[in-house]
Design a binder for this molecule. Structure first.
Ligand SMILES: [Ca+2]
Ligand SMILES: [Ca+2]
Ligand SMILES: [Ca+2]
Ligand SMILES: [Ca+2]
Length: 460
């Protein structure tokens, strides 16, 4: 049986959300599967649009590696190595973010967030654009171009979750600049031009600043501070270190795991359709606790409470929320719409069941019920192109969240629960060489007899 976190009295912020709504059985039988080990702390796990085979794994020191998720074999060479272009002097510096352009298959453009070996502080953060090699999808060109630089006053809280939203604009989270709480309340400052403690939203297909070589993007016209006081790049504010998150491909809801200070961790949701300028309350609020720090008023009704918050001072001790990954995968239909999150110190895995209308229904602590290897210092969550969830860890081990008893048939190419003529026609239609296509079940870049035999063997 799963341990119901919301039954613990310390989670007072959840009590109203936890009444009723039994969810028994829905998420039983989960397991972790070790699929690969990277050489260093894993900072992102990302799939490129339209590529069902490759997983792009960021390692903190500056490499993007390609893992064939089907064969679980690494490419010999990195997709991109920018280790000589960045600094990793401190623990939270390095290669921190990756997102592929929605039209990546055609234009080869992708975006990287990392720390520079330059700046007034210990290294500024930079958004860089790179290009896939024209001839070989396993390599990228090493020279990128700067899109945006965010000056950093300290060496931590750099955020770095990125995704393209449904309008084709790039979302990027930034941390508050670090330095404890003694500095200015940057996460609440919308006019200092520093873009710290924010979710920003920019159009990477244009350049509204043609005379400024350090700002190479356009401002989406519906950003909340366009034509009014406030920095035009801002989409949402009030974050401390919004390190990891996800965007629901079905609803557009955005989930952020915002790492707290010494007492609380929080998972935030930005519900699709919410007007811009949503304020998540740091640094006057840590989760729902009034910190006493300046920057905002704790009782301001406009501040958005976390979807879920949890305390550090529990057994086992918790310290940093890692991930807020909505599940829209194929292999576990009962997980649809649940949000997966973990803690870096306690190595626990939680599932959040929620709805936009009612908020949080239930939090399931799955830690004691997971088959397979245990987590060890999770650092990031990510998905493949099918929406299956992976966990990257500090020592490089990459885990996949899987059903303990797999029910999905490999021959079910289109993941509709049946293996039938549709799947057969998909295989025949993709017959021959293919690069990253979903019909290539065994990941050998061919749709061939092997796939045909899988469909026939699984028929029904
Ligand atoms: Ca420019
Ligand atoms: Ca403005
Ligand atoms: Ca099917
Ligand atoms: Ca194949």
């Amino acid at each position: 049986m799963s341990r119901f976190v919301c039954g613990l009295s310390v989670f007072f912020v959840l009590l109203t959300a936890c009444a009723g709504q039994a969810y028994a059985g829905v998420v039983e039988g989960l397991a972790l599967d070790e699929i690969a080990v990277a050489d260093g702390p894993v900072t992102r796990i990302v799939a490129a649009p339209g590529d069902d085979t490759r997983l792009f794994i960021c390692v903190r020191d500056g490499q993007i590696l390609i893992l064939n998720r089907k064969t679980q074999v690494w490419n010999d060479d990195p997709f991109l190595d920018i280790s000589d272009q960045i600094t990793t002097q401190y623990g939270e510096q390095g290669l921190l973010g990756l997102a592929f352009h929605p039209d990546y298959q055609n234009n080869g453009r992708f975006f990287v967030w990392s720390t520079l070996p330059e700046g007034d502080g210990p290294g500024d953060t930079v958004l860089m654009e790179f290009l896939r090699d024209g001839d070989d999808p396993d390599y990228a060109e090493e020279q990128g171009e700067r899109v945006l630089v965010v000056a950093q006053p300290a060496q931590h809280h750099h955020g770095g979750w990125m995704a393209f939203d449904g309008d084709g604009y790039l979302l990027l989270t930034t941390g508050d600049g670090g330095g404890g709480n003694g500095g200015p309340p940057r996460a609440q400052n919308i006019t200092d031009g520093r873009l710290l403690g924010k979710m920003i939203r920019i159009d990477v297909d244009g350049d509204d600043f043609p005379t400024d070589p350090t700002r190479n993007y356009s401002i989406p016209p519906d950003n909340p501070f366009v034509d009014v006081e406030g920095d035009d790049e801002i989409w949402a504010i009030g974050f401390r270190n919004p390190w990891d998150g996800s965007i629901d491909p079905e609803t557009g809801d955005i989930f952020i795991g915002d790492v707290g200070k010494s007492s609380w961790e929080e998972v935030d949701v930005l519900i699709s359709g919410t007007p811009g300028a949503a304020n998540y309350g740091w640094r006057c609020l840590e989760a729902s606790d009034c910190t006493g720090y300046s920057g905002c008023e704790c009782d301001d009704a406009a501040l958005i409470a976390p979807l879920w918050a949890y305390e550090h001072s529990l057994e086992p001790e918790r310290c940093s929320v890692i991930g807020a990954q909505v599940y829209r995968g194929c292999s576990m239909p009962s997980m649809q719409g649940l949000v997966v999150t973990t803690d870096m110190c306690s190595n626990e895995l939680f599932l959040l069941d929620w709805s936009p209308a009612e908020g949080l229904h239930e939090v399931l602590n799955m830690t004691d019920d997971l088959g397979g290897p245990s987590m060890s210092i999770p650092t990031v969550l990510g998905t493949d192109a099918r929406g299956e969830v992976y966990i990257g860890q500090f020592h490089g081990v990459i885990l996949k969240l899987v059903p303990a008893k797999p029910t999905q048939k490999q021959g079910d190419i289109n993941c509709d629960g049946a293996v039938d003529v549709t799947d057969l026609l998909l295989v025949i239609g993709a017959w021959g060489s293919c690069d990253g296509c979903m019909e290539d079940v065994d990941g050998d870049h061919q749709v061939a007899v092997a796939e045909l035999l899988l469909v026939i063997a699984d028929w029904g």
